[in-house]
Design a protein around this ligand. Structure first.
Ligand SMILES: NC(=O)c1ccc[n+]([C@@H]2O[C@H](COP(=O)([O-])OP(=O)(O)OC[C@H]3O[C@@H](n4cnc5c(N)ncnc54)[C@H](OP(=O)(O)O)[C@@H]3O)[C@@H](O)[C@H]2O)c1
Length: 257
């Protein structure tokens, strides 16, 4: 099968590309900066440049691109960009798009989650036959979050009671590959990590792995989404399909020398 992987340079997309190629399929990467990548096409969801070329000759799409690092561009990249991508995909007779989304976003007030929900609505609009897989937080993303809270030298202030369910991005990628090689299936069961933990215990594990001796304190964020996260909104207790635990990820990432 010939699969276009948007976001093929990202955390998840990179694994999707590798797994597809290992399985004997063609995985073409679309990226704004394709230099240095094999079988990669320059394309930008925000402007539409290169999308038609990226789609030509493809059978299916894994849509894993998102303005994760440019939140103010969420609407133009994710929502409008996806609508544009799928319109062109329809013209190119693409038979299946797999969209990667996030567990628990239906009532989340976190702005990025609102963008994801609107993008899901575009995908659900049947422009191209579709599947949507919602996953919990990738291990790498837990680190992004913790680094984001690491602004102070002596204390480490995080919202201790947030409940998260870290999952291995490679395991999510394997599930995505299985989905794209099958038939369009609509909204699929969530894919979650093996354990739900409070950010307090994830922070402690992260600090230990990195020999970080700062004092861990609670950060009280006065936002509704913070209370929602503490209530477990973005976890999926009935879907603990992932195998690799956050501590195993840390042991591999920060080996004791
Ligand atoms: N991270 C998580 O914990 C998590 C959990 C569940 C679901 N998801 C979803 O999974 C997907 C992948 O997440 P990730 O963490 O792997 O993302 P990531 O590492 O931040 O990668 C984002 C990708 O999007 C591409 N991109 C950004 N803006 C673009 C634009 N204007 N045009 C074309 N491509 C653009 C980037 O490619 P270039 O920079 O090369 O152009 C990059 O490959 C996202 O939709 C995310 O919402 C993530």
């Amino acid at each position: 099968m010939n699969v276009l992987v948007t976001g093929g340079t990202g955390t998840l997309g990179r694994h999707v590309v590798t797994l597809l190629r290992q399985g004997g399929h063609r995985a073409r990467i679309m990226s704004r900066e394709p230099r240095g990548h094999v079988d990669a096409v320059k394309g930008d969801l925000r402007t539409g440049a290169g999308l038609a070329r990226a789609l030509s000759g493809m059978d299916a799409i894994v849509h894993a691109a998102s303005a994760t690092r440019q939140p103010l561009r969420g609407w133009s990249v994710d929502v409008r960009g996806t609508r544009r991508l799928l319109g062109l995909a329809r013209e190119a007779q693409i038979k299946h798009v797999v969209y990667v989304s996030i567990v628990g976003i239906d009532s989340s007030t976190y702005p990025y989650h609102r963008t994801k929900l609107k993008t899901e609505a575009v995908v659900r609009g049947d422009i191209v036959p579709w599947s949507i897989l919602r996953a919990t937080q990738f291990h790498e993303f837990i680190e992004v979050v913790l680094r984001g809270f690491s602004r102070l030298p002596a204390v480490f202030a995080v919202p201790l009671s947030w409940q998260l369910q870290p999952v291995d991005s490679k395991e999510v990628a394997q599930r995505v590959v299985d989905i794209v090689l099958g038939q369009p299936a609509g909204i699929l069961p969530d894919f979650g990590g093996p354990e739900i933990r409070e950010l307090q215990s994830l922070s402690q594990a992260w600090m230990l792995a990195r020999k970080d001796n700062r004092r861990l304190v609670n950060l009280n964020l006065p936002f509704k989404f913070s209370r929602q996260f503490a209530d477990g909104l973005i976890t999926s207790p009935d879907h603990k399909e992932g195998k690799t635990r956050f501590d195993e990820y840390l042991a591999e990432r920060y080996p004791m020398s």
